[in-house]
Design a protein around this ligand. Structure first.
Ligand SMILES: Cc1cc2nc3c(=O)[nH]c(=O)nc-3n(C[C@H](O)[C@H](O)[C@H](O)COP(=O)(O)OP(=O)(O)OC[C@H]3O[C@@H](n4cnc5c(N)ncnc54)[C@H](O)[C@@H]3O)c2cc1C
Length: 348
C-alpha cells in the first residue's frame, strides 16, 4: 500500500512506544501511519526483558506474546545485583518472572497488531509545523522523497530523535550522553542463566556491567559517558567474568552500541510542542539500569489518550503533560534507588 498524502496522525518509530501510541489512536478511530527508518523486523540492542508492568500493558493492549518472540531461557527470574564477585542481592520479577524476548520479533509483533499503516525503510528527515497542520518530509526506499500532511505528529524515535533535536536543540547540547556497548558471544559461563546479572563495581562501567543469556548466546556489556573509552571497562569486566565465573568465549556473533541521555535521571523530560508529542526514550523515559519498555508502552498509551481526548477544552500536549506526571516521577525515583544501591550517582 502506498503512502497517502494525509493522515490524522503520523508516528515516527516502530519501537514499543510507537506501537503503543499507534494502537491507541487507531482504536480511537484515527487514521494513522507509522514510519520506521529501518527494514522490519529490525534489530534493537536490548536485553529483551519484559518486566511485570511491560507484560501487563502488552497483554492488555496487544494480547499474549507469541512464542516466536521468546529466546531461551524463556523466563528470567529477576535481577541479580552483584556488589563484588561474592555477594549479591536478588530482585525477583514477581511470581511468574519476566519473558526473555528478541526485540526484533516482539517489536514487529506489536506494531503489526496496531491496525495502523506501517511503512518501513522510510526515514523522517524534516517537518514543518504550520499550527493545526504539519508537513513531514520523508525519504522512502520505494517512493523516494515524500511529503505527508497530518494533524498530529508523534516522535517515538528512541534516544536519537530528529524531532526533539529540531524542537529543542539546547537540550541536545546540554544533556549528558552515554554509550551502551553490548557483545553477543557463543561460549559458556557459570553465571545462572535464569537471572539477569548486574555488576555495580565502578571498574566495570560508568553505570554498571551486565550479563544475560539469549538462546545460546552470552550477552554482556557496559556503558560510559560519551567521549570516554569503553574498551578498558569491557576488558576489565570480561577478565573478571573469565576469572570468577569461568567465562569461555567462542565466536563473536554480534557487537552493538547505542546512545542514551541523562534526561531520565535529571528530570529533563521533553514532551513536545503544539501538536507534536514525544513518547518513550525520545521524551527521556528510561528507568533504572536501562529498563525502558514499560515506560515506552505507558507513555505511548497516555499520548494516544491525550490526542484522542483533546479538543474537549484541553490541548493534547497539556493533557499528555498531566497524564504522564506519575510516569515521570517513577522514572526519576527509579534512578535515585539505583544510585542508592550502587553507592554512587548513576546516569548524571
Ligand atoms: C543494552 C540495552 C539493554 C536494554 N535492556 C532492556 C530490557 O531488558 N528491558 C527493557 O524494558 N528495556 C531495555 N532497554 C531499553 C529499551 O531498549 C528502550 O528503552 C526501548 O526500546 C525504548 O523504546 P522506544 O519505542 O522509545 O524506542 P526504540 O525501541 O529505540 O524505537 C525507536 C525506533 O524509531 C526508529 N527511528 C529513529 N529515528 C527515525 C526517523 N528519523 N525516521 C523513522 N524511524 C526512526 C528507530 O529505527 C527505532 O526502530 C535496554 C537498552 C539497552 C541499550
Amino acid at each position: 500500500m502506498s503512502i497517502k498524502k494525509e493522515y490524522d496522525a503520523v508516528v515516527v518509530g516502530a519501537g514499543p512506544s510507537g506501537a503503543a501510541v499507534a494502537k491507541g489512536l487507531v482504536d480511537a478511530g484515527m487514521e494513522v501511519l507509522v514510519v520506521e527508518k529501518k527494514a522490519l523486523p529490525r534489530y534493537k540492542i536490548c536485553s529483551g526483558l519484559i518486566n511485570e508492568k511491560s507484560l501487563r500493558l502488552t497483554q492488555r493492549y496487544f494480547g499474549d506474546i507469541p512464542k516466536s518472540c521468546y529466546s531461551r531461557p524463556e523466563i528470567i527470574k529477576g535481577v541479580r545485583l552483584w556488589k563484588d564477585g561474592e555477594s549479591y542481592t536478588d530482585w525477583p520479577f514477581g511470581e511468574k518472572g519476566a519473558p526473555n524476548v528478541w526485540r526484533a520479533q516482539y517489536d514487529y509483533w506489536l506494531v503489526e497488531g496496531t491496525g495502523a499503516q506501517v511503512r518501513d525503510s522510510c526515514l523522517l528527515k524534516d517537518f514543518l509545523d504550520q499550527g493545526d497542520r504539519l508537513t513531514l518530509i520523508c525519504q522512502d526506499s520505494r517512493e523516494g522523497r515524500v511529503e505527508i500532511r497530518c494533524r498530529y505528529l508523534v516522535g517515538a524515535e528512541g534516544c536519537l530523535s530528529t524531532i526533539r533535536a529540531k524542537l529543542n536543540p539546547e537540550l541536545e547540547r546540554e544533556a549528558q550522553w552515554f554509550l551502551a556497548y553490548q557483545n553477543y558471544y557463543q561460549g559458556s559461563c557459570e553465571l545462572a542463566p535464569q537471572w539477569y546479572h548486574g555488576f555495580l563495581d565502578p571498574q566495570f562501567g560508568e553505570i554498571y556491567g551486565w550479563f544475560n543469556v539469549k538462546d545460546d548466546l552470552l550477552v554482556f556489556g557496559t556503558s560510559v559517558k560519551r567521549g570516554g573509552r569503553f574498551a578498558p571497562f569491557l576488558q576489565c569486566f570480561t577478565d573478571f567474568l573469565k576469572e570468577r565465573f569461568g567465562l569461555r568465549l567462542g565466536r563473536l556473533v554480534r557487537k552493538s552500541s547505542c546512545l542514551g541521555t541523562n534526561m531520565c535521571s535529571t528530570g529533563r523530560f521533553y514532551l513536545g510542542s503544539g501538536n507534536i508529542l514525544l513518547v518513550g526514550e525520545a521524551a527521556g523515559f528510561l528507568n533504572m539500569f536501562g529498563e525502558g519498555i514499560s515506560s515506552a508502552l505507558a507513555t505511548g498509551i497516555l499520548a494516544a489518550q491525550a490526542i484522542s481526548q483533546a479538543d474537549g477544552g484541553m490541548k493534547a500536549l497539556e493533557l499528555y503533560t498531566e497524564l504522564s506526571r506519575q510516569e515521570r516521577r517513577e522514572t526519576m525515583a527509579s534512578w535515585k534507588l539505583a544510585s542508592r544501591l550502587a553507592g554512587r550517582r548513576l546516569m548524571v
